[in-house]
Structure formats: structure tokens, C-alpha cells
Ligand binder design. Structure first.
Ligand code: NIG
Ligand code: FE
Length: 411
């Protein structure tokens, strides 16, 4: 008789498994479990007592000695490729200036655009590599990287190529999002419609042709783009079969989420000012609510996203770092787990779902990653903890014991 382990490359035993296979309603945990991997995929998991006989000579066995394993973490909203920094604006805000005032007086995103345009591809790569490495060392195996600090075709393409290079050199899946409609570049000052025309008629076709965008995003906001402009960008993305997502309801309620729902958006992100109608639209469309506690914290926002209503309407909630130089210069998803609980009162189960299964869904990669079930990629984080809530409870001592990307140990 051939033992099943003839086809197993790696087998974890003595592990507790937070499979996250029930949409975040529980850890869907298997205590005292085992998990087998072949060809980079999960091929068996269950209670150790049910483990079929296996050939110890064929398989590399990893004894977890009671540690927990979870899906590799997924940061579904980042802007880690950029030039310069904005510490000067941080000081201005501490003296009383608001994020919007700084943007309106020519600072904010536009000042990062200047630094990003001036940077070479190698310089952008070197600084982004450090940020990605920090996230990876905390257990991240997939993330999203947005463009949006170039705001002309060459500079946007430069950013997206850096994102490609990062994925080639670190064992992390990178989903690229084109965010040409992030802010108005100085050369289009007072003519936002003309800039949106450029985004729709030249930039989106060009990035689509070069296969540089897995999604298209818009900053729909008073200091960003209007509903009509957002819709024009969505239509251009749709014409190229690229899914959309939106930065919406961060500083005011423009209804960007409801519009995005009509375009079957993957997610709407920020959402502090989301209305009841916006929540209902999310429920109907099935899009993910991506909450960004780092930006909430760093901008010292006081209005909370409507979390209870999202829960009541079974809207899936993801949590991300929003790592960027202006509103969230924070390259730590472990800190976001903590903040999701302390600032937004998510349960540790909801927070962990927010950086695994629901984050995968916000990126449209939930058929491959985000849950530990048979058939999924073996992207697995092993943690030196006694219970999953510890991932949210303590911050500053990295509990990551090992990390596997498609079945290969990378940390
Ligand atoms: O997600 N809201 C717009 N974009 C970023 C901030 C970008 C910046 O300030 O550089 C965000 O918060
Ligand atoms: Fe953002």
C-alpha cells in the first residue's frame, strides 16, 4: 500500500491551527493538529489523531511543539513605494495645522509626488525594500502596493515597476494597484477634469497594456476627486477588465462607497464617515470594508468607522497598515492588529480575519491565500504563542517563530 506521505514534502505536527476558514466568525481552530504540504499547497490538515500513517523517511517533519500556525499575514492596503518623507508636516500638524489644510496649501500628497518624481527607480526600490522587509519580518507573505505618487505616466510606471522588482526579490506576493487619481499634480492645478481625462485615456490603457495593475483605485474625497471623476476612472478600469477599489469616506461622506458598490468594487477603504446607506450598499455588493487604524491614529481622528453596523450587516472587515509618508508612516501589521482592537474595538478574532481571509478577499486573491484549507497555497506563519489573542494583545516582541511561502521556509 502506498502511504499518502509519498506525496507529502513537509508535515507540521504538534501545532494548533487557526485556519480562518469561516469568514472571520471564528478562528476555526484545530488544536493539536497536523498539516501536510506538497508542491507548495496544503494537501491535508486535521487533528493529529486522524493523521494517516506516514513514511517518516519521505517527509520532512516539523514538530511545532504546541505553537500556533495561521495563514501568512496579508497587508491589503499600502503605499510603501515613495520618495522622501513628511516629518516636517508631522511637526506642522502638532502645531495645529490639519491634514486637509496642509494638502490645500500645496503640501501633503503633492510634496511626496515631487520627491518621488525626483527619485530614481533604484532609490525607490531601496527605501521600499526596507519597508517591505519590516512587514515581511512580522509575518506578511502577501501585500498590496499602490502607485499614486507619480501622477504622470512615466513616474506611475516607475513606481509599479519597483513593486514588481520587490516581488521578485522577496518571497512576498505583491498585488499592484494603479492609483493615478490620488491627487492633482501641480501641472493640472485648477483643471482636475483634464487630469482625469489623462488618467482614463492614457494612463489606464498604458498600465493595462504593460500588465502593471491588478486593480485601480481612486481617492474620492473633498481634497481628492469628485464622484463624477471617480466614476470616469471606474469606467476606464472596467473597459480594461481591471477591478476597482476606492479610498472613501475618510474625511467626509461623499458617497464613494455606494458608487464603488455599483462597480462591484473589491473594497472601500478608510470609512470613518460611512453612512448607513453606504453600509447597506457594501452588504448588497459583498465588497470588503478595509479599516485603517494607523491613519485614524496618526491623524488623531476622533470619528470611528460604523463598526457595529458593519458587523450587523455581515460586511467583511479587513485591517491594513496604509503604510504611507503622510497619514500612516507605520510599517507594522502587528501594531495594526493591536490598534484594530484598542482603537476600533474589534475582537482579536475579527482583527486576525482582517489580516488573513478578509484581506485576501479585498485583493481578489482569496482563492489562493488567506485561509489554511486543502488546496490553498502553503503560506504559513508559525507563532510562539499560547493563544491567538496574543497576536493582538502584546506589541513590540515579535512572536514570529517561522514563516513559509508556498511551502518553503523563508524565515
Ligand atoms: O490612504 N487618503 C489618501 N491616501 C493616503 C494618504 C497619502 C498621503 O498622505 O501621502 C491614505 O491615507
Ligand atoms: Fe491609502
Amino acid at each position: 500500500m502506498t502511504l499518502p506521505s509519498a506525496n507529502w514534502q513537509l508535515l507540521f505536527i504538534n501545532v494548533n491551527i487557526a485556519t480562518m476558514s469561516q469568514g472571520g466568525t471564528s478562528y476555526a481552530a484545530i488544536e493539536d493538529g497536523a498539516l501536510a504540504i506538497n508542491d507548495g499547497k496544503i494537501v491535508w490538515l486535521g487533528n493529529k489523531a486522524q493523521l494517516p500513517d506516514y513514511d517518516t523517511e519521505q517527509v520532512t517533519v516539523v514538530d511545532g511543539m504546541g505553537k500556533w500556525i495561521t495563514p501568512g499575514l496579508i497587508d491589503c492596503h499600502t503605499h510603501i513605494v515613495y520618495g522622501g518623507h513628511r516629518a516636517n508636516e508631522f511637526e506642522l500638524r502638532l502645531q495645529g495645522a490639519s491634514y486637509e489644510e496642509i494638502a490645500q496649501s500645496g503640501g501633503g500628497i503633492v510634496s511626496t509626488v515631487k520627491a518621488t518624481r525626483a527619485a530614481t527607480e533604484d532609490e525607490l526600490y531601496a527605501s521600499a525594500y526596507k519597508r517591505l522587509n519590516a512587514l515581511h519580518n512580522e509575518g506578511v507573505t502577501s501585500l498590496e502596493i499602490k502607485s499614486g505618487y507619480g501622477l504622470d505616466l512615466d513616474s506611475e510606471v516607475k513606481m509599479l515597476k519597483v513593486a514588481n522588482r520587490l516581488s521578485e526579490n522577496l518571497p512576498v506576493t505583491v498585488q499592484k494597484t494603479f492609483l493615478g487619481a490620488h491627487a492633482l499634480p501641480v501641472e493640472y492645478k485648477d483643471d482636475a477634469d483634464a487630469y482625469i481625462k489623462l488618467v482614463c485615456e492614457q494612463m489606464i490603457p498604458a498600465v493595462a497594456k504593460q500588465n502593471l495593475a491588478d486593480a485601480v483605485d481612486v481617492f474620492c474625497e473633498g481634497i481628492g476627486f469628485s464622484l463624477a471623476q471617480t466614476e470616469a476612472v471606474f469606467n476606464a478600469a472596467k473597459a480594461h477588465n481591471i477591478p476597482v477599489k476606492v479610498h472613501a469616506e475618510q474625511l467626509s461622506d461623499l458617497g464613494g462607497t455606494e458608487l464603488a458598490a455599483k462597480y462591484n468594487a473589491l473594497s472601500s477603504d478608510h470609512l470613518e464617515f460611512l453612512s448607513d446607506a453606504g453600509v447597506k450598499a457594501m452588504q448588497t455588493s459583498g465588497m470588503v470594508a478595509v479599516l485603517l487604524p494607523g491613519a485614524f491614529y496618526f491623524l488623531r481622528e476622533t470619528k470611528l468607522p460604523p463598526i457595529e453596523m458593519l458587523r450587523e450587516n455581515n460586511v467583511r472587515i479587513a485591517i491594513a497598515s496604509d503604510a504611507n509618508p503622510g497619514s500612516s508612516p507605520i510599517n507594522s501589521l502587528q501594531l495594526m492588529l493591536n490598534m484594530a482592537c484598542t482603537l476600533f474595538r474589534l475582537t482579536p478574532t475579527e482583527a486576525l480575519a482582517g489580516v488573513t481571509c478578509n484581506a485576501a478577499r479585498a485583493l481578489g486573491i482569496d482563492d489562493k491565500v488567506g485561509e489554511l484549507v486543502v488546496g490553498m497555497d502553503a503560506d504559513i506563519a508559525m507563532w510562539d504563542i499560547e493563544q491567538p489573542a496574543e497576536l493582538c494583545y502584546q506589541f513590540g516582541v515579535n512572536p514570529l517563530a517561522a514563516l513559509y511561502k508556498q511551502g518553503k521556509q523563508v524565515i
